[in-house]
Design a protein around this ligand. Structure first.
Ligand SMILES: Nc1nc2c(ncn2[C@@H]2O[C@H](COP(=O)(O)OP(=O)(O)O)[C@@H](O)[C@H]2O)c(=O)[nH]1
Ligand SMILES: [Mg+2]
Length: 342
C-alpha cells in the first residue's frame, strides 16, 4: 500500500466515440422550444458527479429567456458530506452566480421540499386559470423523471407517474403536465413537464465522454465496459484504493481487478475463465449505486479562474462550432475512406 502510486493521468483514447446526439434528442429539444412560451420556470438538471461535464450548452442557447434553476441531481452518489464535498458545492454555486443552484437526491424529502418551495416562489404566472408551469430538462439519465415523481409525491402525495430507468432513453416523448403543488382555493397550482434527455452535440474530449458514460448518460453498449471500468479504477485510485479492497490490493491494472472480481463473484465463462466484460459491467453498477465510493469525476477544487477555464473546456465552445467540428471530422473520415478505396 505504501508504495502504490496511482496513475496521474488517464491515457488518451483518441478512437473513443465522442458523439451521442441522437435524432430524438434534436426532436425533443425542438418540441421544448415550441412549449417555452407556456413555461414560467426551467429546472435544468445536471449530474452532481460531473457538475462541469453534464452541462449542456444547448439548454442555455435554445431555451433562453426563462427563469432557471440549476439542479445538481444524485448528490447522494457524489458526496459523502466531507469538508471537500461542501467546498466543491460552494465553488459550484459561486461560479454560477447569479443563477440559482440547488443540490438534490430523489429520495431525500428535505431537498424535494426545497425545490417545491423554489417552484412556488418563482413559477409565478399571471394566468391563474391554467396555473404555472415548470419544465424539467437535462442530459439523458440525469434523474428528471425521478425528480418529477419525488416532487409529485411530496407536493400532492400522489404516486409515481413517470417511468424511470437505469439506462438513458426511457423518456422519449414530452409527457403531459403533472400537478406538483395544489394552491388550494386562493393559491396557484404548479404543474411540471417532464422531457426526454438531450445529449451535448459534441463532447470536447474522450475523458468527458468516459465520465458521461460512467454516469449512465450514454447507453452501455457505446463504449467497451472494460474501458469504462478502467476509467473508474483510475478515479477510485485517486480517491482511495481501499474502496475495492474486498477484491484485491491496490492496482493500476484493470484486467487484474476484473479477474479478481470475476473470481470472487463467480462471473466465469464456460471452461472457468473469468468473464471480464460482465465483471466490468457489475463493477460500474456498483459504483452507480454508491457502493464503490462517493466522489466527483470533475475537478472543481482548483481556484475560480481554473474552474471557469475547465468549465469552458468541458462544455466545449459554442454548439455551432461543435457542429462544424463534427462535420469536419466526418468529411475527413469520408476522405480517408475514399483514399483507402483508391
Ligand atoms: N442515487 C440516486 N439515484 C437517482 C437519483 N435520481 C435518479 N436516480 C436514478 O437514476 C436513474 C435515471 O433516472 P430517471 O429519472 O429515469 O432519469 P431521466 O432519464 O433523466 O428521466 C434511475 O435508475 C433512478 O433511480 C438520485 O437523486 N439519487
Ligand atoms: Mg426520464
Amino acid at each position: 500500500m505504501a508504495s502504490f502510486v496511482p496513475r496521474a493521468a488517464f491515457p488518451a483514447l483518441d478512437s473513443l466515440p465522442r458523439s451521442y446526439f441522437l435524432g430524438h434528442h434534436r426532436a425533443g429539444l425542438n418540441k421544448m422550444k415550441t412549449l417555452l412560451s407556456q413555461i414560467d420556470l426551467v429546472i435544468e438538471c445536471r449530474d452532481y458527479r460531473v457538475p462541469l461535464t453534464s452541462r449542456n450548452p444547448l439548454f442555455e442557447e435554445e431555451l433562453a429567456g426563462k427563469k432557471r434553476l440549476i439542479l445538481y441531481t444524485k448528490q447522494d452518489l457524489g458526496s459523502a458530506g466531507r469538508p471537500e464535498d461542501l467546498r466543491a458545492e460552494q465553488t459550484i454555486q459561486d461560479v454560477q452566480k447569479p443563477t440559482d443552484v440547488m443540490f438534490s437526491n430523489h429520495k431525500d424529502k428535505r431537498s424535494t421540499r426545497n425545490i417545491l418551495n423554489f417552484a412556488r416562489d418563482h413559477a409565478v404566472t399571471k394566468d391563474t386559470i391554467v396555473g404555472s408551469r415548470v419544465m424539467v430538462v437535462g442530459m439523458p439519465n440525469v434523474g428528471k423523471s425521478s425528480l418529477l415523481n419525488a416532487l409529485r409525491s411530496v407536493g400532492v402525495q400522489k404516486g409515481k407517474v413517470a417511468s424511470t430507468g437505469a439506462q438513458p432513453g426511457v423518456t422519449r416523448k414530452i409527457g403531459t403536465t403533472v400537478k406538483i403543488i395544489d394552491g388550494g382555493p386562493s393559491g396557484e397550482d404548479v404543474y411540471l413537464l417532464d422531457t426526454p434527455g438531450v445529449f451535448v452535440p459534441y463532447v470536447p474530449n474522450a475523458e468527458s465522454m468516459l465520465k458521461l458514460a460512467l454516469c449512465g448518460s450514454v447507453k452501455d453498449t457505446i463504449i467497451a465496459p472494460t474501458t469504462m471500468a478502467d476509467y473508474l479504477l483510475f478515479h477510485m485510485n485517486k480517491q482511495d484504493p481501499r474502496i475495492y479492497q474486498e477484491y484485491m490490493s491496490p492496482t493500476n491494472e484493470v484486467w487484474d481487478l476484473l479477474e479478481a472480481v470475476a473470481n470472487k463473484t463467480g462471473r466465469l465463462q464456460k471452461g472457468g475463465s473469468p468473464d471480464v466484460e460482465a465483471s466490468a459491467l457489475w463493477l460500474i453498477q456498483r459504483w452507480r449505486s454508491g457502493h464503490l465510493g462517493r466522489f466527483l469525476l470533475d475537478d472543481v477544487h482548483g481556484d475560480l479562474e481554473n474552474l471557469k477555464d475547465e468549465h469552458e473546456r468541458a462544455i466545449g465552445t459554442s454548439a455551432n462550432q461543435a457542429w462544424k467540428q463534427e462535420k469536419n471530422i466526418r468529411r475527413q473520415r469520408s476522405r480517408n475512406i475514399s483514399v483507402d478505396r483508391e
